[in-house]
Design a protein around this ligand. Structure first.
Ligand code: FES
Length: 512
C-alpha cells in the first residue's frame, strides 16, 4: 500500500494493495454520486450512500488510503481540536451542542461498522486526557472544562494520566476510541463493493463538465453522474475554501518500549503550542507507543528531518524506548473558525459537494461528513448542514492574518541565481539533497536522488504558482500556499493542484 510520502507509516505496514473488484468506469452508466478520493471520507460516504440505494462510484487517483488516512494517528475523538469554549464564542452554545452531538454520532458510527462487519482493526474504547503543565495552561484547562460543562458533555478532573509526563492538572473525557485506520477502510471498501459500488483506483479526475448530469473526465475515461463529492482532503481547482483552510504537517513516531507497563492506556494530549499527543496501538500482538507533534505550516520548515529528531528527543525524556519502528509525517488542513466545511462546494452547481478543513480530527470529521452528505443527497437535508456549511461567511477574529499566513511564500528556500557555467555547482548537490534555484530566468526545483541522478522540475506550483519547498523527510515538493504536494519528479500527491509540476530537461535548457 502506497502513501503520499517517502516514510512508511504503521498503517502501511503489512497492508497489501487493496485490489478493487470492478476497476473500471462502467461504460455509459449514469451514477447517482461520484466520489473523488478513496480515503476514509470517500469510502465511508460511499458505503452509506450505496446502502441507502444510490449508485455510487469512488474514483481514487492513486490507491485507497494513499493520502492522510494512511498517515493519521487515528485518535477517535468526539470533541474537536478547537475547544468547546472557543467554539461557543464562534458559533454559540446551541450550535456547539450540535457539534458535540455530531462528534458522538461519528464515533458511534465507527463502532457500529466495526461490530456489524466484524472488522479486525484493533478498535478500542478509551478515555482521552488533557493535561496542563503550568499556571497559564491550568487557566486554559479550566476554560476548556467550562466549555464542556456548558454544552452538557461529561468531563472530570483526574488525579492520574496514562503518560509518564509531569503535569499540574488534568481532565478525563470518557467515551473516546482508537483503531487501525487502513484495516478499517479496507473492510468498508469491501462492503461498499459487495453492495454494488464501483471503486476505481489509479483513476484521476482531471475536469468536471458542470451540468445537471455532470461529465467527469478521468484518466480512465468519462463518467456521468448526478452528483459529485470532493473527498480529496481539500478540493482541487481554485476555491474560497483554499483561503479558509491552512495546510499543516504533523510528525509521528511509533515506538516499541522496553517496559510493557509504560504503554499508555488512553489518548493523552499536552497543552503546548504545538501540542504533543500520545496513545498505544496493538497490531498483531505488538504494542506501539504512538507519539506525535512538532506541527508546522506546510513548507515552512527548512529541514523536516529535524522535526523527527526533536520529537524523538522529547519522547525519550520520559520513555525507555527499545526501538523506533516507524516514523512518518502527514498533512492536515486547519479551518479558520474551528469547524470543518461539509456540504455544497462554493461557486459550483448545487450537485457538487465537498468535505474539508478537518484539522487534526480527521477520523471523526470524515464520519460527520459521511452522515451529513448522505442525508443531504438522500433526504435533501441534514441537521448538520447549516453548522458545517462551506458557504458560511462568518468572519472570525484573526481571519485576515490567517489568509495572509496561508498565502506566505517561503523565500528562504530559493537558493540564488545561477549562470550556465554554474550548472556543475547544481549537479554537486549531495545525494538526497534538494534545492530551489534560479537558473537563466527559470526557477528550478532540483533534487539529486540517492543514486546521484538529478531531477529538475519547474518550482511554480501548478495550483496558482507559489514556489514549492523541499520536504526532506517525505522527499516531496510541498507548496506553502494551499498545501499541494508533489513527488520529487513532479507528480501530484496532494490536491488542490491537479497538474504535475513541469519536468525540466536540464540538458535542453543548457543547450538552448
Ligand atoms: Fe495553491 Fe500551490 S497550493 S499555489
Amino acid at each position: 500500500m502506497k502513501r503520499d510520502g517517502a516514510c512508511t507509516s504503521l498503517w502501511q505496514d503489512g497492508m497489501t494493495d487493496y485490489k478493487a473488484q470492478q476497476n473500471n468506469t462502467a461504460g455509459n452508466k449514469i451514477f447517482d454520486v461520484v466520489i473523488v478520493g478513496g480515503g476514509i471520507t470517500g469510502i465511508t460516504t460511499g458505503l452509506l450512500l450505496q446502502k441507502a440505494g444510490k449508485a455510487v462510484m469512488i474514483a481514487e487517483a492513486q490507491n485507497i488510503g494513499f493520502g492522510t488516512t494512511g498517515g493519521t494517528t487515528a485518535h477517535l475523538n468526539s470533541f474537536m481540536e478547537m475547544p468547546f469554549n472557543q467554539l461557543i464564542k464562534n458559533f454559540g452554545e446551541e450550535n456547539t451542542r450540535l457539534v458535540a452531538k455530531a462528534g458522538r454520532q461519528a464515533l458511534e458510527l465507527i463502532k457500529k461498522h466495526v461490530e456489524e462487519y466484524a472488522i479486525d482493526c484493533g478498535h478500542q474504547e478509551v478515555s482521552a486526557y488533557i493535561y496542563a503543565q503550568d499556571e497559564k495552561q491550568i487557566k486554559e484547562l479550566d476554560d476548556i472544562v467550562e466549555g464542556f460543562k456548558k454544552i452538557g458533555t461529561e468531563v472530570s478532573v483526574t488525579k492520574t494520566i496514562p503518560v509518564k509526563i509531569p503535569y499540574e492538572k488534568a481532565i478525563e473525557i470518557t467515551g473516546q476510541a482508537q483503531f487501525h485506520p487502513t484495516r478499517y477502510i479496507y473492510a468498508l471498501a469491501k462492503e461498499f463493493e459487495k453492495l454494488g459500488g464501483v471503486l476505481a483506483e489509479n483513476c484521476r479526475v482531471t475536469s468536471v463538465g458542470e451540468n445537471e448530469i455532470l461529465e467527469i473526465t478521468t484518466s480512465q475515461g468519462t463518467i456521468k453522474s448526478r452528483n459529485l463529492i470532493y473527498a480529496t482532503h481539500i478540493p482541487p481547482g481554485v476555491n474560497l475554501l483554499h483561503f479558509r483552510c491552512a495546510p499543516y504537517r504533523s510528525y509521528v513516531i511509533a515506538a516499541k518500549l522496553k517496559n510493557e507497563s509504560d504503554y499508555p492506556d488512553g489518548l493523552a494530549y499536552d497543552m503546548d503550542e504545538p501540542y504533543h499527543y500520545f496513545r498505544t496501538q496493538e497490531v498483531d500482538g505488538q504494542k506501539y507507543l504512538i507519539a506525535g507533534g512538532e506541527d508546522h505550516k506546510t513548507a515552512h520548515e527548512e529541514n523536516t528531518e529535524i522535526c523527527f529528531t526533536r520529537l524523538e528527543a522529547y519522547v525519550r525524556k520520559f520513555y525507555d524506548i527499545d526501538s523506533i519502528a516507524f516514523r512518518w509525517s502527514s498533512q492536515f488542513f486547519d479551518p479558520v473558525d474551528g469547524l470543518a466545511y461539509i456540504g455544497h462546494l462554493p461557486g459550483h452547481p448545487q450537485n457538487m459537494f465537498v468535505a474539508t478543513g478537518f484539522g487534526g480530527i480527521g477520523m471523526t470529521n470524515s464520519h460527520i461528513a459521511a452522515l451529513t452528505l448522505t442525508d443531504i443527497i438522500v433526504a435533501g437535508k441534514s441537521e448538520y448542514e447549516d453548522l458545517f456549511n462551506p458557504n458560511r461567511l462568518k468572519p472570525v477574529a484573526g481571519f485576515s492574518n490567517f489568509v495572509k499566513e496561508a498565502a506566505d511564500v517561503v523565500s528562504h528556500l530559493i537558493g540564488g541565481t545561477f549562470s550556465k557555467e554554474k550548472l556543475d555547482t547544481l549537479v554537486e548537490l549531495a545525494h538526497g539533497e534538494a534545492k530551489v534555484v534560479k537558473y537563466e530566468g527559470h526557477t528550478l526545483a532540483l533534487y539529486k536522488d540517492e543514486e546521484g541522478q538529478l531531477h529538475a522540475v519547474n518550482s511554480a506550483c501548478t495550483h496558482i504558482k507559489c514556489t514549492v519547498g523541499w520536504n526532506t523527510a517525505e522527499k516531496s515538493w510541498d507548496c506553502p500556499c494551499h498545501g499541494s504536494r508533489f513527488s520529487y519528479d513532479g507528480m501530484v500527491l496532494t490536491a488542490p493542484a491537479r497538474k504535475d509540476l513541469e519536468v525540466i530537461h536540464l540538458e535542453e535548457l543548457v543547450d538552448h
